[in-house]
Design a protein around this ligand. Structure first.
Ligand code: MG
Length: 443
């Protein structure tokens, strides 16, 4: 595995190998210089490397004359929200997100709470590479100010946005699995404020992950069993920085990650019609859900920043990605697994249905997601696929998507892991498997 990955989604690496305090301090200084020595908010998830990297980030920012606001452990969406709230010049989130505990990463945030746009991150990387950052002298070095209000401000915004009194009357029983990540400090609190009976599993914010933090079915068996055992109405799971949400039904069924966005889209469109934005490899069931409300769907490259930016520019009512990331513009333009909990509970309340009843109304889809290590260059793969499937339509907005009459297969290089991601989808398992195997056989 590559020990350090520098990409449009930030800088990510294995702690102590590619990602060292030296790398982090130089990246933070590059960001401080790029921001013109402004005021920068810093947050982190719960990883054991967080203190080490936080101090490196603070040193880098201070060296370029930034005033720093340390918001301590918080989810990525909480920091993004806080940056807008405080009207500061930007932020750095220290979080490996869905990556295992040995990884960590820096995500760079603009003054409007969105991640740096691709041209801005390129500029930042070039500052880092050239290492020509201007440092301040002793007179111009500013201070670090602690601000512990991020979580309460974020929760207040969520409660103000959704029908919390109605939700509170339902007295839901909810199991929450935050994987001992940053969501541990926020989601149980939100659920209690919503008058839920809360069963916490893995909500100790110590950075020791009891299962891999990626919220996929294979990692959520404990949550599913707990929901069944204690007769809960619903189970929720986050990754380590709680920008994602995956839902478990009252029967203990783990809904596929894409269903979070499908349910969020229905929950939103029934009240407010408009554009939905998602990336190129999210389930096509989203178009069917949108069509029920006569609403359009627009697709972008993969990545929070592309979806968020398009949503804001085009005034979308809801959006997100198929990995459990939902963006609710009323809160802010970023994936927010915590706000998504409130949206889903409001939907359950107002429809007076169970999770499995709401899920059964969704269009049937079978999705296969696989990661492969790369044995040939991506351009060779693309060429081969374009020749082999010349009779079919392609979408080349990000990677390559082959559109077959009864389904599609999408391949792209991951920006967060050194792997090739393949997603195949059809209306049933048999067709999805055939399409998936047909493409795999060529790799
Ligand atoms: Mg994440």
């Amino acid at each position: 595995m590559t020990a350090l990955m520098i990409s449009p989604s930030g800088v990510r690496g294995i702690v102590g190998q590619g990602l060292t305090p030296e790398v982090v301090v130089r990246f933070a200084a590059s960001f401080g210089y790029w921001s013109g020595g402004g005021t920068v908010a810093v947050g982190s998830d719960t990883r054991t490397s967080r203190e080490m990297f936080k101090h490196a980030v603070l040193a880098g920012l201070l060296s370029t004359g930034c005033q720093v606001i340390d918001v301590e452990i918080c989810p990525t969406p909480t920091l993004q929200f806080m940056i807008e709230e405080l009207q500061v010049d930007g932020g750095i989130m220290i979080s490996g997100s869905h990556n295992p505990a040995e990884w960590n990463a820096l995500k760079f945030i603009r003054s409007d709470g969105l991640f740096l746009y691709p041209d801005q991150i390129e500029k930042l990387i070039s500052l880092y590479d050239k290492n020509v950052i201007k440092r301040q002298t002793w007179r111009d070095i500013k201070t670090v100010q602690k601000d512990a209000s991020a979580i309460s401000r974020h929760l207040k915004k969520i409660l103000d946005t959704f029908a919390y009194q109605e939700i509170a009357r339902r007295k839901f029983k909810v199991v929450i699995d935050a994987c001992n990540g940053a969501g541990s400090l926020v989601s149980p609190l939100l659920l209690r404020q919503l008058n839920c009976e809360v069963v916490e599993i893995n909500c100790t914010p110590n950075g020791f992950f009891p299962h891999p933090p990626e919220p996929i079915a294979a990692n959520l068996t404990e949550l599913a069993e707990t929901v069944k055992l204690c007769g809960a109405d619903v189970g929720f799971a986050h990754d380590a920085d709680a920008d994602r949400l995956v839902i478990v039904s009252e029967t203990g069924e783990i809904l596929p990650e894409d269903y979070t966005l499908l349910l969020a889209a229905e929950a939103t469109l029934r009240k407010r019609r408009g554009l939905i934005v998602t990336n190129v490899c999210t389930t096509n069931a989203l178009e069917e859900v949108a069509a029920r409300f006569a609403c359009p769907v627009k697709r972008t490259k993969v990545g929070d920043v592309y979806v968020s930016r398009c949503m804001r520019e085009e005034g979308a009512v809801v959006g997100g990605e198929g990995n459990g990331g939902v963006i609710i513009p009323e809160i802010h333009y970023g994936r927010d697994g915590i706000a998504a909990i409130a949206l889903i509970l409001e939907y359950l309340t107002e429809e007076n249905k169970s999770v499995s009843q709401l899920a059964s109304r969704l269009p049937p889809r079978w999705t296969i997601k696989e990661k492969l290590s790369l044995k040939q260059s991506f351009s060779d793969i693309r060429k081969k696929l374009q020749e082999e499937f010349a009779d079919y339509e392609f979408d080349l907005i990000d990677g390559i998507k082959i559109i077959f009459p009864k389904g599609w297969v999408h391949l792209r290089l991951s920006r967060t892991e050194p792997v090739l991601r393949i997603i195949s989808e059809a209306k049933n398992e048999g067709t999805a498997t055939i399409l998936h195997q047909r493409v795999l056989s060529l790799l």
